[in-house]
Design a protein. Structure first.
Length: 160
């Protein structure tokens, strides 16, 4: 199996890429590369420039944010099939959390600038990908909201 075919097969393990047209999957595979990291590896830091968009194939990534007087709090865990660093596609291209591998991970990663250029040049690819990015952002927002509600509820109970 050649590398493009292997990347397409890996893409099809994710909700994000499953069901994309063959053309869109091939274009993504041409732009992507495999990436691995060991547990404890910091993949990106909150506030830093997001140069990479990733689709997690195996493993888990903790997304943490700095909460004043509490330190870094895990707000969400990215599971296989989901995306991370969607901020590489959305100005101002800054990470909204810190991501750390909590298990050995395998991902398909895309250079943010190259992927953005491909999306600008290929309307069909943009039309296929941007709604999925919005779904990823909406899912992340919902999960984060639930996590923050739990965090604040626990604080309320402590203050009584």
């Amino acid at each position: 199996m050649n590398e493009t075919a292997a990347l397409i097969a890996a893409l099809n393990t994710s909700w994000f890429a499953t069901g994309l047209s063959e053309k869109a999957q091939t274009r993504l595979a041409e732009l992507g590369r495999r990436f691995t990291a060991e547990p404890g590896t910091e993949l990106f830091r909150e506030g830093e420039t997001s140069d990479t968009f990733g689709i997690l194939v195996h493993g888990r990534v903790a997304l943490r944010t700095l909460v004043p007087e509490r330190g870094d709090i895990t707000i969400l865990t990215v599971e296989p099939g989901d995306v991370y660093l969607w901020s590489a596609l959305v100005p101002p291209y800054r990470a909204s959390s810190t991501g750390t591998a909590i298990e050995p991970i395998e991902a398909i990663v895309f250079d943010g600038a190259s992927l953005r250029a491909a999306l600008r040049e290929d309307c069909e690819l943009a039309l296929a990908l941007y709604p999925r990015v919005l779904v990823a952002v909406a899912r992340r927002l919902y999960a984060t909201r639930l996590q923050m509600l739990d965090l604040f509820a626990a604080e309320q109970v402590k203050s009584w």
